[in-house]
Design a binder for this molecule. Structure first.
Ligand SMILES: CC(C)(COP(=O)(O)OP(=O)(O)OC[C@H]1O[C@@H](n2cnc3c(N)ncnc32)[C@H](O)[C@@H]1OP(=O)(O)O)[C@@H](O)C(=O)NCCC(=O)NCCS
Length: 147
Protein backbone atom coordinates (compact mmCIF):
# COMPACT_ATOMS: atom_id res chain seq x y z
CA UNK A 1 0.00 0.00 0.00
CA UNK A 2 1.29 3.42 -0.96
CA UNK A 3 -0.22 6.85 -0.16
CA UNK A 4 0.75 9.75 -2.41
CA UNK A 5 -0.50 13.23 -3.32
CA UNK A 6 -3.41 13.17 -5.77
CA UNK A 7 -3.08 14.18 -9.42
CA UNK A 8 -5.72 15.52 -11.85
CA UNK A 9 -5.65 12.20 -13.74
CA UNK A 10 -6.85 10.36 -10.62
CA UNK A 11 -10.33 11.76 -11.18
CA UNK A 12 -11.48 9.26 -13.81
CA UNK A 13 -10.70 6.02 -11.94
CA UNK A 14 -12.11 7.49 -8.71
CA UNK A 15 -15.40 8.84 -10.05
CA UNK A 16 -16.20 5.46 -11.61
CA UNK A 17 -16.09 3.63 -8.24
CA UNK A 18 -17.61 6.04 -5.74
CA UNK A 19 -21.27 5.00 -6.26
CA UNK A 20 -20.26 1.39 -5.57
CA UNK A 21 -18.06 2.28 -2.60
CA UNK A 22 -20.79 4.46 -1.02
CA UNK A 23 -23.62 2.07 -1.93
CA UNK A 24 -25.72 4.91 -3.37
CA UNK A 25 -25.43 7.55 -6.12
CA UNK A 26 -22.82 10.06 -4.92
CA UNK A 27 -20.64 10.83 -7.98
CA UNK A 28 -22.58 14.05 -8.64
CA UNK A 29 -21.06 15.51 -5.47
CA UNK A 30 -17.53 14.90 -6.76
CA UNK A 31 -16.98 17.04 -9.88
CA UNK A 32 -13.63 17.07 -11.66
CA UNK A 33 -12.76 20.52 -10.31
CA UNK A 34 -11.70 18.97 -7.00
CA UNK A 35 -8.90 17.05 -8.74
CA UNK A 36 -7.98 19.84 -11.15
CA UNK A 37 -7.73 22.53 -8.48
CA UNK A 38 -7.31 20.82 -5.08
CA UNK A 39 -5.10 17.85 -5.88
CA UNK A 40 -2.11 19.22 -3.94
CA UNK A 41 -4.03 18.86 -0.66
CA UNK A 42 -5.71 15.58 -1.62
CA UNK A 43 -4.33 12.06 -1.44
CA UNK A 44 -4.62 8.70 -3.15
CA UNK A 45 -3.79 5.26 -1.72
CA UNK A 46 -2.87 2.39 -4.02
CA UNK A 47 -2.48 -1.32 -3.43
CA UNK A 48 0.89 -2.80 -4.37
CA UNK A 49 -0.46 -3.65 -7.85
CA UNK A 50 -1.30 0.02 -8.46
CA UNK A 51 -5.08 -0.31 -8.16
CA UNK A 52 -7.07 2.20 -6.14
CA UNK A 53 -7.29 1.49 -2.39
CA UNK A 54 -8.63 4.83 -1.17
CA UNK A 55 -8.58 8.59 -1.50
CA UNK A 56 -9.16 11.82 0.39
CA UNK A 57 -10.21 15.13 -1.13
CA UNK A 58 -9.24 17.95 1.22
CA UNK A 59 -8.98 21.71 1.06
CA UNK A 60 -7.11 24.39 2.97
CA UNK A 61 -9.82 27.02 2.98
CA UNK A 62 -8.87 30.00 0.79
CA UNK A 63 -11.30 32.21 2.76
CA UNK A 64 -10.78 31.04 6.36
CA UNK A 65 -7.03 31.00 7.12
CA UNK A 66 -7.40 28.73 10.18
CA UNK A 67 -9.78 26.23 8.55
CA UNK A 68 -9.35 23.03 6.56
CA UNK A 69 -12.13 20.93 5.09
CA UNK A 70 -12.41 17.30 4.02
CA UNK A 71 -14.88 16.98 1.15
CA UNK A 72 -14.65 13.25 0.43
CA UNK A 73 -12.91 10.21 1.87
CA UNK A 74 -13.34 6.71 0.51
CA UNK A 75 -11.68 3.37 1.16
CA UNK A 76 -12.16 0.34 -1.11
CA UNK A 77 -14.47 -2.21 0.55
CA UNK A 78 -11.62 -4.77 0.57
CA UNK A 79 -9.38 -2.40 2.54
CA UNK A 80 -11.86 -1.16 5.16
CA UNK A 81 -11.17 -1.66 8.83
CA UNK A 82 -7.42 -1.80 8.31
CA UNK A 83 -6.63 1.79 9.36
CA UNK A 84 -6.39 3.33 5.89
CA UNK A 85 -9.11 5.90 6.55
CA UNK A 86 -7.27 6.90 9.73
CA UNK A 87 -3.97 7.13 7.82
CA UNK A 88 -5.51 9.37 5.14
CA UNK A 89 -7.02 11.64 7.81
CA UNK A 90 -3.84 11.85 9.88
CA UNK A 91 -1.80 12.74 6.78
CA UNK A 92 -4.27 15.48 5.95
CA UNK A 93 -4.23 16.75 9.56
CA UNK A 94 -0.42 17.04 9.37
CA UNK A 95 -0.58 18.83 6.03
CA UNK A 96 -3.23 21.23 7.37
CA UNK A 97 -1.25 21.98 10.53
CA UNK A 98 1.83 22.65 8.41
CA UNK A 99 -0.33 25.12 6.47
CA UNK A 100 -1.23 26.95 9.68
CA UNK A 101 -4.72 25.47 10.04
CA UNK A 102 -6.23 25.02 13.50
CA UNK A 103 -9.49 23.23 12.79
CA UNK A 104 -10.93 20.79 10.27
CA UNK A 105 -14.52 20.20 9.22
CA UNK A 106 -16.52 17.75 7.15
CA UNK A 107 -20.16 16.81 6.54
CA UNK A 108 -22.05 13.63 5.75
CA UNK A 109 -25.57 12.41 5.17
CA UNK A 110 -27.52 11.31 8.27
CA UNK A 111 -28.00 7.90 6.58
CA UNK A 112 -24.23 7.30 6.56
CA UNK A 113 -23.89 5.67 9.98
CA UNK A 114 -20.45 4.29 9.10
CA UNK A 115 -19.13 7.75 8.31
CA UNK A 116 -20.58 9.18 11.55
CA UNK A 117 -18.94 6.39 13.59
CA UNK A 118 -15.63 6.86 11.76
CA UNK A 119 -15.59 10.62 12.41
CA UNK A 120 -16.41 10.08 16.08
CA UNK A 121 -13.46 7.66 16.35
CA UNK A 122 -11.28 10.28 14.62
CA UNK A 123 -12.09 12.80 17.35
CA UNK A 124 -14.67 14.97 15.58
CA UNK A 125 -17.59 16.62 17.37
CA UNK A 126 -20.83 15.68 15.62
CA UNK A 127 -23.60 18.26 15.12
CA UNK A 128 -26.94 17.52 13.53
CA UNK A 129 -29.00 16.49 11.74
CA UNK A 130 -29.06 20.06 10.34
CA UNK A 131 -32.22 20.41 8.24
CA UNK A 132 -31.77 22.02 4.78
CA UNK A 133 -28.01 22.44 5.39
CA UNK A 134 -27.24 22.10 1.67
CA UNK A 135 -30.53 23.50 0.41
CA UNK A 136 -34.14 22.32 0.59
CA UNK A 137 -34.40 18.69 1.64
CA UNK A 138 -30.65 18.20 2.03
CA UNK A 139 -30.23 17.47 5.72
CA UNK A 140 -26.61 16.88 6.79
CA UNK A 141 -24.47 15.97 9.78
CA UNK A 142 -21.59 18.36 10.50
CA UNK A 143 -18.20 17.34 11.94
CA UNK A 144 -15.61 19.61 13.59
CA UNK A 145 -12.23 18.89 15.14
CA UNK A 146 -9.37 20.99 16.45
CA UNK A 147 -5.98 20.31 14.89
C1 LIG B 1 -15.74 5.69 6.36
C2 LIG B 1 -14.50 4.99 5.76
C3 LIG B 1 -13.70 6.00 4.96
C4 LIG B 1 -13.65 4.45 6.92
O1 LIG B 1 -12.42 3.94 6.38
P1 LIG B 1 -11.64 2.72 7.07
O2 LIG B 1 -10.33 2.60 6.41
O3 LIG B 1 -12.49 1.51 7.09
O4 LIG B 1 -11.45 3.25 8.57
P2 LIG B 1 -10.30 2.83 9.59
O5 LIG B 1 -10.03 1.36 9.47
O6 LIG B 1 -9.13 3.74 9.43
O7 LIG B 1 -11.01 3.11 10.99
C5 LIG B 1 -10.65 4.23 11.81
C6 LIG B 1 -11.51 4.14 13.08
O8 LIG B 1 -12.89 4.32 12.74
C7 LIG B 1 -13.66 3.20 13.13
N1 LIG B 1 -14.63 2.90 12.06
C8 LIG B 1 -14.41 2.93 10.73
N2 LIG B 1 -15.54 2.58 10.07
C9 LIG B 1 -16.46 2.31 11.03
C10 LIG B 1 -17.81 1.87 10.97
N3 LIG B 1 -18.46 1.65 9.81
N4 LIG B 1 -18.47 1.67 12.15
C11 LIG B 1 -17.85 1.90 13.34
N5 LIG B 1 -16.56 2.31 13.46
C12 LIG B 1 -15.88 2.51 12.30
C13 LIG B 1 -12.66 2.05 13.25
O9 LIG B 1 -13.12 1.06 14.16
C14 LIG B 1 -11.42 2.76 13.74
O10 LIG B 1 -11.47 2.98 15.12
P3 LIG B 1 -10.13 2.82 16.03
O11 LIG B 1 -8.99 3.43 15.25
O12 LIG B 1 -10.45 3.54 17.28
O13 LIG B 1 -9.95 1.34 16.19
C15 LIG B 1 -14.91 3.78 4.87
O14 LIG B 1 -15.78 2.93 5.58
C16 LIG B 1 -15.59 4.18 3.56
O15 LIG B 1 -14.93 4.43 2.55
N6 LIG B 1 -16.95 4.23 3.52
C17 LIG B 1 -17.71 4.55 2.32
C18 LIG B 1 -17.49 5.98 1.91
C19 LIG B 1 -17.93 6.98 2.97
O16 LIG B 1 -18.99 6.86 3.57
N7 LIG B 1 -17.08 8.01 3.24
C20 LIG B 1 -17.29 9.00 4.30
C21 LIG B 1 -18.21 10.10 3.92
S1 LIG B 1 -17.46 11.33 2.82
Amino acid sequence: MQVRPARPADYDPIVTVVDEWWGRPIAGALPRLFFDHFHTTSQVAEFDDGTLAGFLVGILSPAEPEAAYIHFVGVAPAARGTGLGRTLYERFFALARAGGRRRVGAITSPVNAGSIAFHQRMGFTVTGPIVDYDGPGKTMMHFDRDL
